[in-house]
Design a binder for this molecule. Structure first.
Ligand SMILES: Cc1cc2nc3c(=O)[nH]c(=O)nc-3n(C[C@H](O)[C@H](O)[C@H](O)COP(=O)(O)OP(=O)(O)OC[C@H]3O[C@@H](n4cnc5c(N)ncnc54)[C@H](O)[C@@H]3O)c2cc1C
Length: 341
């Protein structure tokens, strides 16, 4: 069945930044809420599973996805005082730029340059350079994929954590986010907790900080991370593991120093350092390779499949577990291959 709205056997290779070959049984780009409701009804009447792929910068897609894949394309930014209500399909970095240059609102500058859409930002509570979306979050609207009813979630109900929210836990795959509301500031409050960012920004007049921070963050990101357009990847592939002080102390006593930072009664350890210590840079399974540039990044260096990425992921996890007794958790969402056609 093919229509203006719903495409069948749709190629998703250019809809994921790992450039994995993947085909959706059905696909719909939901450019507004009306299109979205029509697509949801299409799936409901046929008993089809619904998956969401936005910019595909944090997913590992299998070769085939059964059911309907929805690509949220809703656009629009509405300002009310210091708050912005932003449609799910707006690109995150477009929002950051607009907030600084058009709205004159501040607080998102440290999150410059993160790929993806606004609707996906709360899913893993995106973060960088000392700020997470939860720090600027007010509420979101989402549609329950089972009942098609609209719900509002505030900060508490989203249960934000480190690269986590309720949408990656109890409510996995149950809601489609259609709008996010952020609370920003009319006066800059620079966050320069990262020494390298502080050095890059240098001293500024208060009003100049947001633009200077944005420029510096964009530059640092460009220097550090391989560009998915040339080296297909999903950014950091593993979360930095959080371990107890006693586990950390035991490892340091055994192995010497381990980079990380203390967070109350836990330590957040550098996953990149652990992987690098085990000489994984350049290690390859099929077309999947641990980046030579950054140990935390897995690249598709040509012809990688879902199973290449999965095997490499497991090899890294096993080696880190055996050598450091630390469980590494992947950051991107692996789509369930059992949903394959
Ligand atoms: C080069 C590079 C650098 C990156 N740097 C960072 C970084 O610094 N910090 C960081 O946190 N992340 C980073 N990421 C990861 C990624 O950019 C974010 O996770 C982003 O929010 C994903 O957005 P997306 O639109 O691509 O979502 P997708 O990858 O399409 O989807 C991700 C997940 O969210 C779900 N989803 C997407 N949209 C919706 C919606 N509207 N409603 C419900 N569910 C939805 C999908 O089903 C999937 O489970 C980076 C990625 C790359 C490639």
């Amino acid at each position: 069945m093919e229509s203006e709205l719903i495409k069948s056997d749709f190629d998703l290779t250019s809809f994921n930044t790992l450039a994995l070959p993947s085909r959706a049984q059905y696909f719909c780009k939901a450019i507004d809420q009306e299109t979205l409701m029509q697509a949801l009804l299409f799936a409901k009447h046929r008993g089809l599973a619904i998956s969401i792929v936005a910019s595909g910068s944090n997913v590992v897609l299998p070769e085939k996805i059964s059911g309907l894949v929805i690509n949220p394309g809703m656009q629009g930014i509405v300002r009310k005082g210091n708050r912005l209500r932003v449609a799910a399909g707006v690109l995150w970095d477009h929002l950051v730029r607009e907030s600084i240059y058009t709205s004159g609102l501040f607080g998102l500058e440290n999150l410059s340059g993160i790929p993806g859409t606004v609707g996906a930002a709360p899913i893993q509570n995106i973060g960088a350079y000392g700020i997470e979306v939860a720090d600027r979050f007010k509420a979101l609207s989402a549609i329950d994929l089972r009942t098609l009813e609209q719900h509002r979630f505030d900060t508490d109900t989203c249960q934000f954590g480190y690269r986590s929210s309720i949408f990656k836990k109890a409510l996995t795959d149950q809601f489609i986010i259609i709008e996010v509301e952020l609370a920003l500031g009319s006066q800059p409050v620079p966050c320069l907790d990262y020494v390298e960012l502080e050095q890059q920004v240098g001293p500024q007049k208060l009003q100049d900080y947001p633009r200077a921070i944005r420029d510096a963050v964009l530059q640092l990101r460009q220097q550090k991370l391989p560009d998915p357009r040339h080296r297909p990847n999903v950014g950091s592939f593993f979360k930095n593991p959080v371990i107890s002080v006693s586990e950390y102390d035991a490892l340091v006593a055994e192995l010497g120093s381990i980079p990380g930072h203390s967070e109350g009664d836990t330590w957040k350890v550098s996953a990149a350092w652990l992987i690098d210590q085990l000489d994984f840079k350049g290690h390859r399974v099929g077309g999947a390779q641990v980046s030579n540039q950054h140990a935390l990044v897995i690249e598709n260096v040509g012809g990688a499949s879902f199973s290449d990425i999965l095997t490499l992921t497991r090899e890294v996890q096993t080696a880190v577990q055996e050598n450091y007794r630390i469980a590494l958790e992947p950051e991107p969402v692996f789509f369930n291959p059992s949903r394959q056609i």
